[in-house]
Design a protein around this ligand. Structure first.
Ligand SMILES: NC(=O)c1ccc[n+]([C@@H]2O[C@H](COP(=O)([O-])OP(=O)(O)OC[C@H]3O[C@@H](n4cnc5c(N)ncnc54)[C@H](OP(=O)(O)O)[C@@H]3O)[C@@H](O)[C@H]2O)c1
Length: 302
């Protein structure tokens, strides 16, 4: 995951997207796997990851454990990014327990969050996240929903200098918080911003996505399916003609490609408990991304 490109190339966003072949990145069958780049470093990142909210929160029984190990293995067959948080019950602990059983887990790009108030509590929580997940370094530490972000930023910078955090970020998932989010985006040089953006929630394209491109910040997109709501909207509909042009054979791939087709979008983190859905979602990293005309056709279909 360490092939670097110049900052100028990276600043081109999805326009600078490359294909995994020749980059030492995992490939999906015979299809070419797309990679995007983190603007602040030029590091290549497979664009489809896994969200853990309500997936890893409470895990009980051998069947559920082995299903989640399969999901992780599928992810590591074509991606690397896992997004979690201390907010998601025992998700970090369960992730840490199951990771060693998942082939390919060494390639994980681990994103978690700090979600508390106060310097001491924040520092303690970030260390606990590393202990629970079982890693010595977090790839991306994000301030969850901006909670006490100024306090945590100081600690995060110290941890980054000490080598225990690689990238810094902030998250939101509500348009009602976007004005404050914009202010915080301008207040510090975040490597990543995580926000909700999908065919059901398009507000981020007004100001936040252009600002991320302008400021050279990677965009991680959460709630790509509006927590599953988009599938209910697509139920009973045949895939539109544009699906074949894009090599999509499911609604999920269309929804994810529509997001990744935005020039500012770096990666998406759909949550799933099912290996077949993980494989389906990874299909959005293969083949072409939609251009403006094709994005319009997808939006008109749903
Ligand atoms: N403020 C924040 O920082 C914040 C807020 C919200 C979310 N997030 C992050 O973003 C992640 C994703 O958001 P989300 O979990 O709210 O919702 P989401 O990813 O939009 O939707 C998840 C739902 O989609 C279904 N699904 C996934 N892949 C599918 C497929 N290929 N076909 C059909 N159904 C599919 C899942 O069901 P199955 O289990 O049946 O597949 C689940 O019900 C979270 O897990 C979390 O990591 C962060």
């Amino acid at each position: 995951m360490n092939r670097k490109i110049s900052r100028r190339e990276a600043a081109l966003g999805a326009g600078a997207a490359g294909l995994a072949l020749g980059l030492g990145l995992p490939a999906l069958g015979q299809a070419e796997t797309r990679v995007h780049y983190v603007p602040s470093s030029g590091e290549a990142l497979a664009p489809v990851g896994l969200g853990t909210s309500r997936v890893f929160n409470s895990v009980s029984g051998a069947a559920q454990r082995s299903a989640l190990v399969e999901v992780l293995e599928a992810l590591f067959g074509g991606g690397a990014l896992v997004d979690t948080s201390p907010m998601y019950g025992d998700a970090e602990t369960h992730l840490g327990e199951l990771l060693p059983q998942a082939a390919g887990h060494e390639s994980m790009f681990c994103a978690t969050k700090v979600w508390t108030e106060g310097r001491a509590a924040g520092a303690r929580q970030m260390q606990e996240s590393m202990d629970k997940i079982g890693v010595e370094r977090i790839d991306l530490m994000q301030v969850h929903n901006l909670l006490d972000w100024e306090t945590h930023l100081e600690t995060m910078l110290e941890m980054q200098a000490a080598g225990s955090i690689r990238y810094l970020g902030i998250t939101t998932s509500r348009a009602g918080q976007f004005a404050e989010f914009e202010r915080v985006m301008r207040a510090a040089d975040w490597d990543f911003v995580q926000l909700n953006y999908s065919l059901g929630e398009r507000e981020a394209e007004e100001r936040l996505l252009p600002l991320a491109a302008e400021r050279g910040m990677a965009v991680m997109v959460n709630r790509p399916f509006v927590r599953g709501g988009l599938f209910r909207a697509a139920r009973g509909k045949e895939l539109p003609r544009v699906a074949a042009e894009l090599g999509c054979d499911s609604p999920a791939q269309l929804f994810l490609k529509w997001i990744l087709g935005h020039p500012a979008a770096t990666c998406v983190i759909p949550a799933t408990t099912k290996v077949k859905h993980m494989a389906d979602n990874l299909g959005a990293a293969a083949g072409p991304l939609p251009n403006a005309r094709q994005r319009k056709e997808i939006a008109a279909w749903i």
